[in-house]
Design a protein around this ligand. Structure first.
Ligand code: NAD
Length: 433
């Protein structure tokens, strides 16, 4: 099949590359010329395990190409995926300018039947808006399909190649048949291919992300209570998660969720609810808890130093919003670091892959270090923000040789409190008494 993917970011690049991997001819389009130049040289602009190898292979086999010429891409392909940004507006609603702008270009460039498949996370009713926009210009038949994307950054290639489920929102038989053909290689093991109406499909994505965000905020509240009552959230997590009705995943307490999806999708669903005069009260609480969780953690650090961290040197391990990605969007590390700087601390940072991205957010306000141990030189405290594997078993003796004061604030519960005590560290984590 001939496919174009408009928007070659975290989602579009994975989608385009994986469709090429299953034998389709794929043209990826982006307005960012620098990104397109890089991709043509088979260099991935993002860190995503396994992705660059697949890009290289599929460029070499001439199934994958990159361009800024959207008109040509539309003319040459029958299936057009949209993987465009839908960032939050000031009031929390999703900004549809990119999606509707491209819809207009599609209408103007059509030269035959097209299926326009929306992978961006968009509010209920967007398929109708895209349809309306294309209709104004189109002289050919077309269908618009909602096909929300559930891949996780850090495991995006595997998630896309082996999805839990495919959700398709359309009432067009013709479009369903094309989607079935396209996705058949990915669901050979029998994972569900769920066809529904457009609005249910659009809402499914928001409901899924909001449910996951709710789980995180709920466990963070349990953790906060654990600290007050002297319980251990790790034990509570195991006890609760063993109930199959709850399940063991997404129950880890920490400094809260970040990233480009959960914060914006939860607030967009609240906004949609408001527009339909419904008070989705649980999600307001989820957002409140998440915002507060980062600040509670910072307060823990401040209170250890009796609210005086002026000129104190603090080391940060982990900057990306989660491990295995360089994505810094809405990363808790940024909020925590800015709070520490605001109170006069000096900060040195290390992340295995997100250092370059971090510079866009933190500029020259911090010292960027080549290794995790470099960041510890002269530190009064270590603050662990992202649970990268390489931070899980550090050389504690080496750390002590570098640090000025042996205290660790662990925002991801990576270490055993008893071991830390034994090694001579003061140790503070989340929800562990
Ligand atoms: P991104 O910002 O990484 O990528 C978007 C790309 O679109 C950028 O490269 C940008 O240059 C390009 N672009 C913007 N306007 C364009 C235009 N007019 N024509 C061509 N290209 C244009 O965003 P992302 O993380 O890939 O997310 C895309 C959508 O998918 C969002 O709606 C997001 O909510 C959703 N989503 C993201 C994830 C995720 O994990 N990142 C997962 C599921 C769904």
């Amino acid at each position: 099949m001939k496919i174009s993917v408009i928007g070659t970011g975290y989602v579009g690049l994975v989608v385009g590359t994986c469709f090429a991997e299953t034998g389709n001819d794929v043209i990826c389009v982006d307005i960012d010329e620098k990104k397109v130049r890089m991709l043509r040289k088979a260099k991935s602009p993002i860190y995503e395990p396994g992705l660059e190898e697949l890009i290289k292979k599929n460029i070499h086999e001439k199934r994958l190409s990159f361009t800024t010429d959207i008109q040509q891409a539309i003319k040459k392909t029958e299936v057009i995926f949209l993987a465009l940004p839908t960032p939050p507006l000031e009031d929390g609603a999703a900004d549809l300018q990119h999606v509707l702008g491209v819809a207009k270009q599609i209408g103007q460039s059509m030269n035959g039947y097209k299926v326009v498949v929306n992978k961006s996370t968009v509010p209920v009713g967007t398929v109708d808006k895209v349809h309306e926009t294309i209709s104004k210009y189109a002289k050919h038949e077309f269908d618009v399909v909602s096909n929300p994307e559930f891949l996780k950054e850090g495991a995006a290639v595997m998630d896309f190649l082996k999805p839990d489920r495919i959700v398709i929102g359309t009432r067009s038989r013709r479009a369903i048949k094309i989607m079935e053909d396209l996705y058949s290689p990915f669901i050979r093991t029998g994972n569900p291919f769920i066809v529904m109406d457009e609005r249910s499909s659009e809402l499914t994505k928001y409901a899924a992300n909001s449910m996951l965000a709710t789980k995180i905020s709920f466990m963070n509240e349990v953790a906060n209570l654990c600290e007050r009552v002297g319980a251990d959230v790790e034990m509570v997590r195991k006890g609760v998660g063993s109930d199959p009705r709850v399940g063991p995943q997404f129950l880890f307490a920490g400094v809260g969720y970040g990233g480009s999806c959960f914060p914006k999708d939860v607030s967009a669903l609240v906004k949609t609810s408001e527009q339909y005069k419904y008070d989705f009260s649980i999600l307001n609480a989820v957002m409140h808890v998440n915002k507060n969780q980062r600040l509670l953690f910072t307060k823990k650090i401040l209170s250890y130093f009796k609210n005086d961290i002026k000129k104190k040197h603090i080391a940060i391990w982990g900057l990306s919003f989660k491990p295995n990605t360089d994505d810094m969007r809405e990363a808790p590390s940024v909020t925590i670091i800015k709070e520490l700087l605001k109170h006069g601390a000096s900060v040195s940072v290390y992340d295995p892959v997100a250092m370059k991205e971090a510079k866009r957010y933190l500029r020259n306000s911090v010292r960027y270090c080549k290794t995790d141990y470099d960041a510890l030189k002269g530190a009064e405290a270590l603050v662990v923000v992202t649970e990268w594997h390489e931070f899980r078993r550090p050389d504690f003796d080496k750390m002590k040789k570098l640090m000025h004061n042996y205290v660790v604030f662990d925002g991801r519960n990576l270490y055993d409190a008893a071991v830390m005590r034994e090694k001579g560290f003061e140790y503070f984590s989340i929800g562990r008494g």
